[in-house]
Each structure stands twice: as C-alpha cells, then as structure tokens.
Design a protein around this ligand. Structure first.
Ligand code: SAM
Length: 352
C-alpha cells in the first residue's frame, strides 16, 4: 500500500533542493524508517540535514551522503533552517517537542511542514501547532496524508505558548507494579512492562537451570532493559544490551547502573557491530517497520541472533501469536520449541 505521508515528505524535500531560488537549508526530522528507494535522488545532497534517534536511519542516510545527527532529538547541535519537514511521531510528547524546537530553529522566513495520517492525530496536532505558530489551522489532504504548513511567527511567541512536553528529554522514574525503572517518552512502551516480555521472563528459570552455567548474555533490542534486568541472578556473566534507539539506550544505561549491573550498552542496528558469540540471547523483536507490520524485521532479528550463537547457545524469542516465528526461523535455526503461549504471545526457544 502506498505510504502517502512518505510520498509527501519526498515531494517537499525534492522541491526544496530543486527550488528556482536555489536550495535553502532543510532539516528533515525523521522518527521512523524512511523508504530508502525514493531517497536515492537526494544522494549526496549537502543542503539537507537529518536528525534521527535511530541508528539504522543514520547509517542509511550516511550511505546516501546526507549529513545526519544521531540523538534523542536533541536540537542543540543544529543550526537554523529555511525548511523543516516532520512526519509526526506516534508519541505525542515527542511530537510537541519537535514542533517547539522547530520554531527555535527556523530562519525568520523559514517554514515548518507537518505531515501525518488522521489516525496519527494529525488534525489535533496541526491545530495545536497553529496556535503556537499563530497561523491558520487547516491541513490539506493528499490521499491518506494530511499536510499543514507554518511560517515562523514574528515576534517569537511567549514561552507559555509552547506545547507541553512534560520534560520530553528527561528520564523519569516509573513506579510500576512489576518493578520500578527509569524511562521516557520515545522509548518502546516507555511506561509499561511489556506483557510478552513478562511471559519470556517467566520461562527463564528452567532454561537457565538446564544450561548449567551462563557466561555471556545478549539482550537484542533491549528497550529500557527489562529482559537483561531479569537476568540479575546469573552471576559474573558478560552482558551486552543493544538497541537501535538512542533514547532506549539512555534509559537502559540508567537502569543497569541503578541495579548495579555491569552491562555494555550499544546503539546499533540489530547488533551489526558485535562479533562475539553469546550463551544466552533474549529478544522481543519489533514487528513494525516504520508504520507497517513487517515479517522482514523479525527475520532480521532471527538472522542476527543466529550469527551471534554457537551450538550450545539458547536463544529465547517472544512474539505476537500472529507472527509465524517457527516458519521464519527455519532458515537459520535447526530447532524451535514453544515454551509458553498466553495473552496473545508465544515464547520460543531456538537452537542453532
Ligand atoms: C518490542 S520492543 C522490546 C523492548 C524490550 N526488550 C522489552 O522487552 O521491553 C523492540 C525493541 O527493538 C528495538 N529495535 C527496533 N529496530 C531495531 C534494530 N534494527 N536494531 C536493534 N533494535 C531495534 C526497538 O527500539 C525496541 O526497543
């Protein structure tokens, strides 16, 4: 199905770089993975900067020769731009943060383009942005996508008019019935302990007992670190936790430090920088690529887990029951065994 939001982003990017008055500076705020094929025409373009909190996105952009800032949407290192383009995020506080920061980083004649689908909440977001930018609220419709444009207001609005972000950038203590932990908006399920991950953790004691010694553990796609935190009772293991999202790694570092656990934390695309093999690999893989459900993403995590395994490794995956994990695992694991099924999730033990 055509992603009208992505098509709009590309149209605007293309028109800014081919503008008759010469390309101004453009910032593309990129929260989800782009469709890379459409971007090839921007190859090596020096008038575009990208800011993203995802390692895979920053790598893809670097390959295209586009300057990318990898951070949790920290705008402090960025300059000012004639155009800022933003497909709104699923997380409302992040969307507010970006719309506020965009205002501070536009040139006096600069323009912000805000794009999203109805289900993303684009209508209410464009209304809120219109109040801040003292502009008309109407968003135009292109297929499923809506586009709202805002010129930089002059004089700059009072601080009290900025959209509430509830301290978007700060980690905060979450008092959850399962455990207390630090997290923030922008991290997967940031205020929750994922039900699937809880099911995986409930399967761990017999697996660990059977293994008779675990010297190394990998948490693949660690989020704020729940799965690794659940291995605390295993003494003296080498521990690595990795995630694509800068905000997740910031939270995981804090949680491991609070728990007194020594864990190497790495921002990476599916552990691509790791070479060592692990005794135990834990994973609750994402199943959305951008805004679409994707089996390819599950396969990518399976391949990575297989590459980092040796014969004796135990790999434990939890997935939504609609994901055909055993079928997808056939090409890289010899055996798979269902350990638990509940609440719409399946936990599997995979053996290389
Ligand atoms: C379903 S969440 C699980 C998070 C955490 N392990 C838990 O149990 O709560 C999947 C995680 O994978 C991360 N992720 C998505 N794409 C990734 C990639 N290419 N490489 C590494 N991590 C990725 C997401 O940022 C997210 O934190």
């Amino acid at each position: 199905m055509k992603d009208h939001c992505q098509a709009l982003v590309l149209d605007i990017l293309t028109s800014t770089v081919t503008s008759a008055s010469g390309p101004g500076r453009t910032l593309w705020v990129m929260d989800e993975n782009p469709a890379i094929d459409g971007l090839l025409k921007l190859n090596g373009n020096k008038s575009i900067d990208v800011v993203s909190n995802r390692y895979d996105t920053s790598e893809q952009m670097a390959k295209l020769g586009i300057n990318t800032f990898l951070s949790d949407f920290d705008f402090s290192a960025l300059g000012v731009y004639d155009t800022i383009i933003y497909r709104i995020s699923k997380e409302k506080m992040l969307t507010h943060h970006v719309i506020n920061e965009a205002l501070r980083h536009l040139t006096p004649e600069g323009k912000l383009f805000v794009i999203g689908e109805k289900t993303d909440g684009i209508k209410s977001i464009s209304k809120q942005a219109a109040e801040l930018y003292e502009a008309d609220t109407s968003a135009r419709k292109f297929g499923n996508a809506y586009l709202a444009e805002f010129n930089k207001p002059s004089p700059a609005p009072l601080d009290t008019k900025y959209l509430p972000t509830a301290g978007y950038t700060e980690l905060r203590l979450i008092n959850h019935p399962v455990m207390n932990f630090y997290s923030k908006p922008g991290v997967f399920g940031w205020e929750k302990v994922d039900k699937g991950s809880q099911l995986l953790v409930s399967c761990l004691p017999p697996v660990i007992q059977y293994m008779k010694g675990v010297d190394s553990i990998l948490d693949l796609g660690c989020g704020w670190g729940y799965l690794m935190l659940a291995t605390q009772s295993i003494p003296d293991a080498v521990r690595v936790a990795t995630d694509n999202n800068v905000a997740a790694i910031d939270a995981a570092i804090k949680n491991f430090a609070e728990a007194g656990m020594n864990v190497q934390c790495l921002v990476d695309d599916c552990a691509s920088q790791l070479r060592q093999r692990f005794d135990l690999i834990l994973c609750n893989p994402p199943f959305h690529q951008g805004f679409q459900v994707s089996d390819t993403l599950t396969e990518k995590f399976l391949k990575s887990a297989s590459r980092l395994s040796r014969r004796s490794t135990r790999v434990i995956f939890v997935v939504n029951q609609f994901i055909p994990l055993q079928k997808l695992a056939e090409s890289c694991f010899k055996e798979s065994r269902l350990l638990a099924a509940a609440d719409g999730f399946n936990v599997f033990e995979l053996r290389p």
